[in-house]
Design a protein around this ligand. Sequence first.
Ligand code: PMP
Length: 446
Amino acid sequence: MLDTAHRLAQRRNVITSLPGPRSAALAARRKAAVAAGVGSSVPVYAADADGGIIVDVDGNSLIDLGSGIAVTSVGAAHPAVVAAIADQAARFTHTCFMVTPYEGYVQVAEELAALTPGDHEKRTVLFNSGAEAVENAIKVARLATGKSAIVAFDHAYHGRTNLTMALTAKFMPYKANFGPFAPEIHRMPMSYPYRDGGLSGAEAAKRVISRIEVQLGADAVAALVIEPIQGEGGFIVPAPGFLPALADWAARNNVVFIADEVQTGFARTGAWFASQHEGVVPDIVTMAKGIAGGMPLAAITGRADLLDAVHPGGLGGTYGGNPVACAAALATLATMRELNLPARARAIEAAVLPRLRALAEEVGVIGDVRGRGAMLAIEIVRPGTGEPDPVLTKAVAAEALSRGVLVLTCGTYGNVIRLLPPLVIEDDLLDDGLGVLADALRALTR
Ligand code: PMP
């Protein structure tokens, strides 16, 4: 049990049809003002959020099983984070670290050096988004190695900027007609136990390594960038041994091993970082999402010799490491430690996984149940086949929403329902949310 008090009642309560009239009115205004290319998972507009609850503009209280895509692990308005933001904002909101530096940035860098895997000497740079962190990790790797080829993986998601679009695997909606893309990105097969015929981690790694050596040559490769558990691609947990084998190969070949922990970081998977589940020590870790309780902040932390290879002025940005975001991050990390959120994520896994497995036995459309900590998913398929069923997946998410539970979908084939509850969600609320999801699935598969 968590010992936290919440400002909003932690109870699901649907009082209008969804979307309600106020959300519908906002949707109409939005259509005339916001570009059509920006999507939203649900058509309800938020008015308030706290703990595991989002209250919409019509007064409906929805259970949040998405955390704004794995961001609000400590909740969307944790009092310690709110106070730190207010205090810093009242002093100064910005000076630009590249103009007049401040302590908060240095403190966040010290914290990240201590938290990320490995006890080697580390350096950190702060940015605004996950994509920007990944871009910069690659800048560092190329400069430090003097090489240019980058290895990315099937089902990968690394962002929407030009370089990170090139790294991202899925065409629609992320890449379609947005090219030309950055060169020297080479895609390799991922370990995907449910869909690769059950290759062991060692076999899947061997397949990658031999392809790199035959098609690229290790001498050309600057970096290998991989999500230790793939997020947008479908919460794909590679077979045990896959990540360590790739990391070993990278270390032996002067290839920078970049772990993209933007989605998996900060207690989400039951460890501070997902790399730790297999004892992998990345050369550079990219981070964002959970780091600052909802404020935009991202980081790369990595080997000092790599990061310090870059000439002064080679890395930065006007807003990177904004002081308010840094204050939020320090309060968020302190809160995560105080509440022992890695243990909380493991407790969520222990409570949820068996229920998802039982549901899979019952409904017959769940091909795979997987994930770690509070990053869990079900893959929806046509019964008896492994064929993805994105239509049913979407319908289940819509049905859950109509009953007051917000769940996100993901996956290369659009057929994965992913659970990313705030780590501070109360047991009863999580239980109710899962019950609703199960009922939605039952209702649509009867
Ligand atoms: N890497 C991973 C693994 C992600 O999940 C995401 C976001 N979903 C990104 C990078 C990009 O982060 P951002 O949206 O903050 O640019």
